[in-house]
Design a binder for this molecule. Sequence first.
Ligand code: FE
Length: 456
Amino acid sequence: MHKPNTLHDPGVQQRLAALLRSTANDLKRPDGAADADLGLPAGTFARLVTGKTAVTWEVLTAAAAAWPVNTRDLLPLHDDTDRDVRICRRADSLASSRTIARAGRPYYEYQDTAMSRLASYRPEWIRMLCTVDDNDAHNSAVQWNNGHLLYQLTYTVGPVNYYYQWNGRSYCVPMDTGDSVFGLPFSPHSFTSRAVGRSAYILALTYGGDLAGDPQRELAVLGGDAAQTLAFDAAEHGQAALFSTFMRARMLTPVELARHAGISPSRLDALLAGKVTAVESELHQLANTLRVNVRELLPVICDAVGGGVVMQRAAMARRWYLGPAATPAYEIVQLAGDRLHPHTTAVELRPQLGKPAAQAWLSTYQHQYVYVLGDHPTQMMWESGCLHQTTLQQGDSVYVKPLVPVAFIGGGGLLVLRIGGAVRPDVRFALGNMAKDGPTRYAEDTQLWYVPERND
Ligand code: FE
Protein backbone atom coordinates (compact mmCIF):
# COMPACT_ATOMS: atom_id res chain seq x y z
CA MET A 1 0.00 0.00 0.00
CA HIS A 2 2.85 2.37 0.82
CA LYS A 3 5.89 2.96 -1.34
CA PRO A 4 9.03 1.57 0.34
CA ASN A 5 10.98 3.94 2.54
CA THR A 6 14.21 4.30 0.62
CA LEU A 7 17.05 6.73 0.17
CA HIS A 8 16.96 6.05 -3.59
CA ASP A 9 13.81 8.08 -4.22
CA PRO A 10 14.84 11.12 -6.36
CA GLY A 11 12.91 13.57 -4.17
CA VAL A 12 14.51 12.11 -1.07
CA GLN A 13 17.98 12.42 -2.64
CA GLN A 14 17.32 16.08 -3.45
CA ARG A 15 16.24 16.83 0.11
CA LEU A 16 19.12 14.76 1.56
CA ALA A 17 21.55 16.91 -0.42
CA ALA A 18 19.90 20.11 0.79
CA LEU A 19 19.95 18.94 4.43
CA LEU A 20 23.65 18.02 4.18
CA ARG A 21 24.44 21.45 2.73
CA SER A 22 22.31 23.21 5.33
CA THR A 23 23.98 21.25 8.17
CA ALA A 24 27.49 22.01 6.85
CA ASN A 25 26.54 25.69 6.48
CA ASP A 26 25.27 25.76 10.08
CA LEU A 27 28.60 24.28 11.23
CA LYS A 28 30.54 26.67 8.95
CA ARG A 29 32.15 23.84 7.01
CA PRO A 30 33.10 24.65 3.40
CA ASP A 31 33.25 21.65 1.04
CA GLY A 32 36.93 20.84 1.68
CA ALA A 33 36.48 20.90 5.47
CA ALA A 34 33.39 18.67 5.15
CA ASP A 35 35.37 16.18 3.03
CA ALA A 36 38.06 16.07 5.73
CA ASP A 37 35.54 15.69 8.60
CA LEU A 38 33.67 12.88 6.87
CA GLY A 39 36.79 11.08 5.61
CA LEU A 40 35.76 11.56 1.97
CA PRO A 41 38.10 11.97 -1.04
CA ALA A 42 38.56 15.63 -1.97
CA GLY A 43 35.67 16.95 -4.06
CA THR A 44 33.14 14.37 -2.86
CA PHE A 45 31.09 16.64 -0.61
CA ALA A 46 30.54 19.14 -3.43
CA ARG A 47 29.22 16.31 -5.63
CA LEU A 48 26.96 15.03 -2.82
CA VAL A 49 25.30 18.38 -2.14
CA THR A 50 24.76 19.10 -5.83
CA GLY A 51 23.18 15.72 -6.47
CA LYS A 52 25.97 14.43 -8.75
CA THR A 53 26.75 11.62 -6.30
CA ALA A 54 24.03 9.80 -4.33
CA VAL A 55 23.94 10.33 -0.58
CA THR A 56 24.28 6.94 1.13
CA TRP A 57 23.78 5.65 4.66
CA GLU A 58 27.59 5.56 5.00
CA VAL A 59 27.77 9.32 4.35
CA LEU A 60 24.96 10.01 6.84
CA THR A 61 26.57 7.79 9.47
CA ALA A 62 29.92 9.53 8.97
CA ALA A 63 28.28 12.96 9.27
CA ALA A 64 26.38 11.99 12.41
CA ALA A 65 29.61 10.63 13.91
CA ALA A 66 31.77 13.64 13.04
CA TRP A 67 29.29 16.45 13.72
CA PRO A 68 27.02 17.28 16.71
CA VAL A 69 23.88 16.16 14.87
CA ASN A 70 21.60 13.15 15.09
CA THR A 71 21.19 10.85 12.11
CA ARG A 72 17.52 11.84 12.02
CA ASP A 73 18.51 15.51 11.68
CA LEU A 74 20.01 14.57 8.33
CA LEU A 75 17.00 12.58 7.13
CA PRO A 76 14.29 14.26 5.08
CA LEU A 77 10.63 13.34 4.84
CA HIS A 78 9.50 10.82 2.25
CA ASP A 79 6.72 12.24 0.13
CA ASP A 80 4.46 9.24 -0.42
CA THR A 81 1.70 11.14 -2.18
CA ASP A 82 0.69 10.68 -5.81
CA ARG A 83 0.13 14.12 -7.37
CA ASP A 84 -0.17 15.61 -3.85
CA VAL A 85 -2.85 13.24 -2.55
CA ARG A 86 -3.10 9.69 -1.23
CA ILE A 87 -6.30 7.84 -1.96
CA CYS A 88 -7.16 4.78 0.09
CA ARG A 89 -9.96 2.84 -1.57
CA ARG A 90 -12.45 0.90 0.52
CA ALA A 91 -10.92 -2.32 -0.84
CA ASP A 92 -7.49 -1.20 0.49
CA SER A 93 -9.08 -0.61 3.89
CA LEU A 94 -10.78 -4.03 3.79
CA ALA A 95 -7.45 -5.67 2.98
CA SER A 96 -6.04 -4.26 6.23
CA SER A 97 -8.92 -5.67 8.31
CA ARG A 98 -7.86 -7.35 11.53
CA THR A 99 -9.88 -8.45 14.53
CA ILE A 100 -8.49 -7.56 17.92
CA ALA A 101 -9.54 -9.66 20.86
CA ARG A 102 -9.86 -8.40 24.40
CA ALA A 103 -10.20 -10.83 27.32
CA GLY A 104 -10.16 -13.73 24.86
CA ARG A 105 -13.13 -12.54 22.78
CA PRO A 106 -13.28 -10.57 19.51
CA TYR A 107 -13.81 -6.94 20.55
CA TYR A 108 -12.97 -4.67 17.59
CA GLU A 109 -12.48 -4.99 13.86
CA TYR A 110 -9.89 -2.44 12.71
CA GLN A 111 -9.32 -1.18 9.18
CA ASP A 112 -6.69 1.37 8.18
CA THR A 113 -7.83 4.39 6.21
CA ALA A 114 -5.75 7.01 4.34
CA MET A 115 -2.42 7.83 5.96
CA SER A 116 0.67 9.61 4.72
CA ARG A 117 4.24 9.92 5.94
CA LEU A 118 3.71 13.68 5.70
CA ALA A 119 1.18 13.98 8.55
CA SER A 120 0.61 12.52 12.01
CA TYR A 121 -2.83 11.02 11.25
CA ARG A 122 -3.45 7.41 12.23
CA PRO A 123 -7.12 7.17 11.26
CA GLU A 124 -8.86 3.84 11.79
CA TRP A 125 -12.29 2.55 10.91
CA ILE A 126 -13.33 0.45 13.93
CA ARG A 127 -16.36 -1.82 14.20
CA MET A 128 -17.65 -2.78 17.62
CA LEU A 129 -17.92 -6.56 18.03
CA CYS A 130 -19.13 -6.48 21.64
CA THR A 131 -22.81 -5.70 22.23
CA VAL A 132 -24.16 -4.59 25.61
CA ASP A 133 -27.72 -4.22 26.85
CA ASP A 134 -27.19 -1.31 29.23
CA ASN A 135 -25.38 2.02 29.51
CA ASP A 136 -23.39 1.08 32.59
CA ALA A 137 -19.75 2.21 32.59
CA HIS A 138 -18.97 -0.71 34.92
CA ASN A 139 -20.51 -3.41 32.68
CA SER A 140 -18.05 -6.33 32.91
CA ALA A 141 -18.16 -6.86 29.13
CA VAL A 142 -16.50 -3.48 28.58
CA GLN A 143 -12.77 -3.89 27.96
CA TRP A 144 -10.80 -0.72 28.64
CA ASN A 145 -7.52 0.27 27.06
CA ASN A 146 -4.81 2.15 28.97
CA GLY A 147 -5.23 5.30 26.91
CA HIS A 148 -2.78 6.41 24.24
CA LEU A 149 -0.62 9.33 23.28
CA LEU A 150 -2.52 10.41 20.19
CA TYR A 151 -5.39 12.84 20.34
CA GLN A 152 -8.61 11.26 19.11
CA LEU A 153 -11.50 12.70 17.19
CA THR A 154 -14.16 10.01 17.12
CA TYR A 155 -17.07 10.10 14.68
CA THR A 156 -19.91 7.70 15.40
CA VAL A 157 -22.08 5.69 13.01
CA GLY A 158 -24.90 3.65 14.56
CA PRO A 159 -25.71 2.78 18.19
CA VAL A 160 -22.29 3.08 19.82
CA ASN A 161 -21.56 3.36 23.53
CA TYR A 162 -18.50 5.43 24.32
CA TYR A 163 -16.72 4.84 27.62
CA TYR A 164 -14.01 7.00 29.09
CA GLN A 165 -12.19 7.48 32.38
CA TRP A 166 -11.01 10.77 33.79
CA ASN A 167 -9.57 11.43 37.26
CA GLY A 168 -10.48 7.95 38.42
CA ARG A 169 -14.14 8.03 37.37
CA SER A 170 -15.68 5.98 34.58
CA TYR A 171 -18.36 7.28 32.25
CA CYS A 172 -20.60 5.76 29.58
CA VAL A 173 -22.07 7.99 26.87
CA PRO A 174 -24.63 6.50 24.47
CA MET A 175 -23.85 7.94 21.04
CA ASP A 176 -25.44 7.71 17.62
CA THR A 177 -24.77 8.60 13.99
CA GLY A 178 -23.14 11.99 13.59
CA ASP A 179 -22.15 12.44 17.23
CA SER A 180 -18.48 13.17 17.74
CA VAL A 181 -16.04 13.44 20.61
CA PHE A 182 -12.54 14.85 21.07
CA GLY A 183 -10.39 13.15 23.69
CA LEU A 184 -7.15 14.05 25.47
CA PRO A 185 -4.08 11.77 25.49
CA PHE A 186 -3.70 8.83 27.88
CA SER A 187 -7.34 8.76 28.97
CA PRO A 188 -8.52 5.11 29.04
CA HIS A 189 -11.53 4.51 26.79
CA SER A 190 -13.63 1.84 25.13
CA PHE A 191 -16.51 1.37 22.70
CA THR A 192 -19.34 -1.16 22.42
CA SER A 193 -22.47 -1.59 20.32
CA ARG A 194 -25.93 -1.25 21.82
CA ALA A 195 -27.80 -3.34 19.22
CA VAL A 196 -27.20 -6.78 17.74
CA GLY A 197 -27.59 -6.82 13.96
CA ARG A 198 -27.20 -3.06 13.50
CA SER A 199 -24.05 -1.59 12.04
CA ALA A 200 -22.09 0.16 14.79
CA TYR A 201 -18.72 1.62 13.96
CA ILE A 202 -16.56 4.65 14.55
CA LEU A 203 -13.99 6.61 12.65
CA ALA A 204 -11.24 6.91 15.26
CA LEU A 205 -9.19 9.74 13.80
CA THR A 206 -6.08 9.81 15.95
CA TYR A 207 -3.26 12.27 15.37
CA GLY A 208 -0.19 13.46 17.22
CA GLY A 209 -0.40 17.14 16.34
CA ASP A 210 2.06 19.22 18.37
CA LEU A 211 2.99 16.21 20.48
CA ALA A 212 4.43 14.09 17.68
CA GLY A 213 8.07 14.30 16.69
CA ASP A 214 10.62 16.62 18.25
CA PRO A 215 8.97 17.51 21.63
CA GLN A 216 8.64 13.84 22.55
CA ARG A 217 12.22 13.09 21.51
CA GLU A 218 13.55 16.05 23.52
CA LEU A 219 11.59 15.02 26.64
CA ALA A 220 12.74 11.42 26.23
CA VAL A 221 16.22 12.79 26.90
CA LEU A 222 15.22 15.27 29.62
CA GLY A 223 13.12 12.65 31.43
CA GLY A 224 9.67 12.17 32.92
CA ASP A 225 10.29 14.53 35.85
CA ALA A 226 11.20 17.30 33.42
CA ALA A 227 8.00 16.61 31.48
CA GLN A 228 6.00 17.01 34.72
CA THR A 229 7.88 20.20 35.61
CA LEU A 230 7.31 21.71 32.19
CA ALA A 231 3.59 20.87 32.07
CA PHE A 232 1.47 24.02 32.39
CA ASP A 233 -1.71 23.36 34.29
CA ALA A 234 -4.32 25.07 32.15
CA ALA A 235 -6.98 24.84 34.85
CA GLU A 236 -5.29 27.07 37.39
CA HIS A 237 -2.81 29.91 37.43
CA GLY A 238 -1.90 29.51 33.76
CA GLN A 239 -1.09 33.20 33.46
CA ALA A 240 1.01 33.25 36.66
CA ALA A 241 2.98 30.26 35.39
CA LEU A 242 3.76 32.10 32.16
CA PHE A 243 4.88 35.25 34.02
CA SER A 244 7.15 33.18 36.29
CA THR A 245 8.66 31.10 33.52
CA PHE A 246 9.58 34.15 31.41
CA MET A 247 10.81 36.07 34.48
CA ARG A 248 13.23 33.25 35.30
CA ALA A 249 14.21 32.86 31.66
CA ARG A 250 15.15 36.56 31.57
CA MET A 251 17.06 36.31 34.88
CA LEU A 252 14.81 38.90 36.48
CA THR A 253 13.69 39.02 40.11
CA PRO A 254 10.11 40.04 41.00
CA VAL A 255 11.48 43.35 42.34
CA GLU A 256 13.34 44.11 39.11
CA LEU A 257 10.47 42.98 36.89
CA ALA A 258 8.08 45.22 38.84
CA ARG A 259 10.49 48.18 38.65
CA HIS A 260 11.13 47.91 34.89
CA ALA A 261 7.48 47.21 34.06
CA GLY A 262 6.22 50.10 36.24
CA ILE A 263 4.01 47.83 38.34
CA SER A 264 3.95 47.96 42.13
CA PRO A 265 5.87 45.08 43.78
CA SER A 266 2.83 44.00 45.79
CA ARG A 267 0.67 43.90 42.66
CA LEU A 268 3.30 41.84 40.83
CA ASP A 269 3.51 39.43 43.78
CA ALA A 270 -0.25 38.95 43.55
CA LEU A 271 0.03 38.36 39.77
CA LEU A 272 2.84 35.84 40.23
CA ALA A 273 0.83 34.02 42.89
CA GLY A 274 -2.19 33.83 40.58
CA LYS A 275 -4.32 35.72 43.10
CA VAL A 276 -5.30 38.35 40.54
CA THR A 277 -5.47 38.48 36.75
CA ALA A 278 -3.48 41.07 34.81
CA VAL A 279 -5.45 43.84 33.13
CA GLU A 280 -4.61 44.68 29.53
CA SER A 281 -2.25 47.59 30.33
CA GLU A 282 -0.29 45.37 32.76
CA LEU A 283 -0.01 42.64 30.13
CA HIS A 284 1.52 45.14 27.73
CA GLN A 285 3.91 46.52 30.39
CA LEU A 286 5.06 43.03 31.32
CA ALA A 287 5.31 41.91 27.69
CA ASN A 288 7.45 44.93 26.82
CA THR A 289 9.74 44.35 29.78
CA LEU A 290 10.06 40.62 29.09
CA ARG A 291 10.49 41.42 25.37
CA VAL A 292 7.76 39.05 24.25
CA ASN A 293 4.51 39.49 22.39
CA VAL A 294 1.44 39.76 24.61
CA ARG A 295 0.16 36.45 23.20
CA GLU A 296 3.05 34.66 24.95
CA LEU A 297 1.56 35.73 28.30
CA LEU A 298 -1.95 34.49 27.56
CA PRO A 299 -2.65 30.98 28.87
CA VAL A 300 -4.12 28.41 26.51
CA ILE A 301 -7.62 27.32 27.47
CA CYS A 302 -8.45 23.62 27.12
CA ASP A 303 -12.17 22.94 26.66
CA ALA A 304 -11.78 19.29 27.68
CA VAL A 305 -10.03 20.17 30.93
CA GLY A 306 -12.97 19.26 33.21
CA GLY A 307 -13.58 15.72 31.97
CA GLY A 308 -10.93 14.93 29.39
CA VAL A 309 -13.38 14.99 26.48
CA VAL A 310 -15.42 17.43 24.41
CA MET A 311 -18.67 15.93 23.14
CA GLN A 312 -20.63 17.21 20.16
CA ARG A 313 -24.11 15.88 19.58
CA ALA A 314 -25.16 15.89 15.92
CA ALA A 315 -28.52 17.45 16.78
CA MET A 316 -26.88 20.38 18.60
CA ALA A 317 -24.06 20.97 16.10
CA ARG A 318 -23.49 24.34 14.45
CA ARG A 319 -24.37 24.24 10.75
CA TRP A 320 -23.68 26.71 7.97
CA TYR A 321 -23.27 27.01 4.24
CA LEU A 322 -20.09 27.83 2.38
CA GLY A 323 -20.24 29.73 -0.90
CA PRO A 324 -22.72 32.20 -2.41
CA ALA A 325 -26.06 32.34 -0.56
CA ALA A 326 -28.02 31.40 -3.69
CA THR A 327 -25.76 28.50 -4.70
CA PRO A 328 -23.74 27.31 -1.71
CA ALA A 329 -21.07 24.75 -2.50
CA TYR A 330 -21.23 22.95 0.82
CA GLU A 331 -23.26 22.55 3.96
CA ILE A 332 -20.93 22.26 6.92
CA VAL A 333 -21.67 20.61 10.25
CA GLN A 334 -19.20 21.34 13.02
CA LEU A 335 -17.85 18.31 14.90
CA ALA A 336 -16.15 18.14 18.30
CA GLY A 337 -13.03 20.22 18.83
CA ASP A 338 -11.02 22.01 21.46
CA ARG A 339 -9.30 25.39 21.74
CA LEU A 340 -6.23 23.45 22.85
CA HIS A 341 -5.94 22.60 19.14
CA PRO A 342 -6.57 25.80 17.23
CA HIS A 343 -5.19 24.29 14.02
CA THR A 344 -7.58 21.33 14.03
CA THR A 345 -10.87 21.54 12.11
CA ALA A 346 -13.33 18.64 12.22
CA VAL A 347 -16.50 18.91 10.14
CA GLU A 348 -19.00 16.98 8.11
CA LEU A 349 -18.88 18.45 4.62
CA ARG A 350 -21.94 18.00 2.43
CA PRO A 351 -21.42 19.00 -1.21
CA GLN A 352 -24.42 20.90 -2.58
CA LEU A 353 -23.44 21.28 -6.21
CA GLY A 354 -24.04 18.83 -9.01
CA LYS A 355 -21.38 20.15 -11.32
CA PRO A 356 -17.95 21.78 -10.97
CA ALA A 357 -18.07 25.43 -9.97
CA ALA A 358 -15.48 27.99 -8.92
CA GLN A 359 -16.94 28.37 -5.43
CA ALA A 360 -16.39 24.68 -4.63
CA TRP A 361 -12.60 25.00 -4.40
CA LEU A 362 -11.13 24.63 -0.93
CA SER A 363 -7.56 25.31 0.15
CA THR A 364 -5.93 25.47 3.56
CA TYR A 365 -2.55 25.58 5.30
CA GLN A 366 -3.61 22.41 7.13
CA HIS A 367 -3.14 18.77 6.19
CA GLN A 368 -6.49 17.27 5.23
CA TYR A 369 -8.07 13.89 5.78
CA VAL A 370 -11.37 12.99 4.11
CA TYR A 371 -13.54 9.90 4.65
CA VAL A 372 -16.59 9.27 2.46
CA LEU A 373 -19.64 8.64 4.66
CA GLY A 374 -22.39 8.98 2.05
CA ASP A 375 -23.42 6.16 -0.23
CA HIS A 376 -23.59 8.26 -3.43
CA PRO A 377 -20.42 8.76 -5.50
CA THR A 378 -18.57 12.03 -4.95
CA GLN A 379 -16.33 13.62 -7.56
CA MET A 380 -13.08 14.90 -6.11
CA MET A 381 -11.10 17.37 -8.18
CA TRP A 382 -7.71 18.71 -7.24
CA GLU A 383 -4.90 20.76 -8.68
CA SER A 384 -1.38 19.39 -8.83
CA GLY A 385 0.38 20.83 -11.83
CA CYS A 386 -2.89 20.39 -13.72
CA LEU A 387 -6.42 19.41 -12.86
CA HIS A 388 -7.12 15.85 -11.70
CA GLN A 389 -10.39 14.11 -10.94
CA THR A 390 -11.48 10.86 -9.34
CA THR A 391 -14.72 9.31 -8.15
CA LEU A 392 -14.91 8.55 -4.46
CA GLN A 393 -17.25 5.86 -3.14
CA GLN A 394 -18.49 5.21 0.37
CA GLY A 395 -15.63 4.00 2.56
CA ASP A 396 -12.90 5.58 0.43
CA SER A 397 -10.58 7.98 2.24
CA VAL A 398 -8.08 10.59 1.13
CA TYR A 399 -5.09 12.51 2.44
CA VAL A 400 -4.48 15.92 0.83
CA LYS A 401 -1.28 17.95 1.26
CA PRO A 402 -1.46 21.52 2.62
CA LEU A 403 -2.25 24.28 0.10
CA VAL A 404 -3.51 21.83 -2.55
CA PRO A 405 -6.80 23.17 -3.98
CA VAL A 406 -9.50 20.50 -3.78
CA ALA A 407 -13.22 20.44 -4.62
CA PHE A 408 -15.97 17.92 -3.95
CA ILE A 409 -19.01 17.67 -6.21
CA GLY A 410 -22.19 15.72 -5.58
CA GLY A 411 -22.57 12.71 -3.33
CA GLY A 412 -23.35 12.57 0.35
CA GLY A 413 -21.50 13.47 3.51
CA LEU A 414 -17.77 13.62 3.87
CA LEU A 415 -15.98 13.47 7.20
CA VAL A 416 -13.13 16.00 7.10
CA LEU A 417 -10.36 16.38 9.66
CA ARG A 418 -7.83 19.12 9.04
CA ILE A 419 -4.78 19.31 11.28
CA GLY A 420 -1.86 21.71 11.50
CA GLY A 421 1.57 20.47 10.49
CA ALA A 422 4.92 21.65 11.83
CA VAL A 423 4.62 25.01 10.09
CA ARG A 424 2.87 26.78 12.95
CA PRO A 425 2.19 30.54 13.18
CA ASP A 426 5.55 31.07 14.98
CA VAL A 427 7.30 29.50 11.99
CA ARG A 428 5.14 31.43 9.51
CA PHE A 429 6.07 34.70 11.21
CA ALA A 430 9.72 33.65 11.17
CA LEU A 431 9.46 32.90 7.43
CA GLY A 432 7.80 36.26 6.86
CA ASN A 433 10.61 38.04 8.68
CA MET A 434 13.48 36.45 6.78
CA ALA A 435 15.59 38.38 4.34
CA LYS A 436 14.37 38.41 0.73
CA ASP A 437 14.21 34.89 -0.78
CA GLY A 438 14.67 33.45 2.72
CA PRO A 439 11.56 31.22 2.69
CA THR A 440 12.59 29.60 -0.62
CA ARG A 441 16.16 29.05 0.55
CA TYR A 442 14.88 27.65 3.84
CA ALA A 443 12.93 24.97 1.95
CA GLU A 444 15.55 23.99 -0.61
CA ASP A 445 18.95 25.59 -0.13
CA THR A 446 21.85 23.78 -1.77
CA GLN A 447 24.30 26.69 -1.88
CA LEU A 448 27.33 27.38 0.28
CA TRP A 449 26.62 30.33 2.59
CA TYR A 450 29.28 32.42 0.82
CA VAL A 451 30.85 32.59 -2.62
CA PRO A 452 34.50 31.45 -2.27
CA GLU A 453 35.73 33.27 -5.40
CA ARG A 454 34.36 36.66 -4.40
CA ASN A 455 36.59 39.10 -2.50
CA ASP A 456 33.93 41.46 -1.07
FE1 FE B 1 -8.39 5.30 20.95
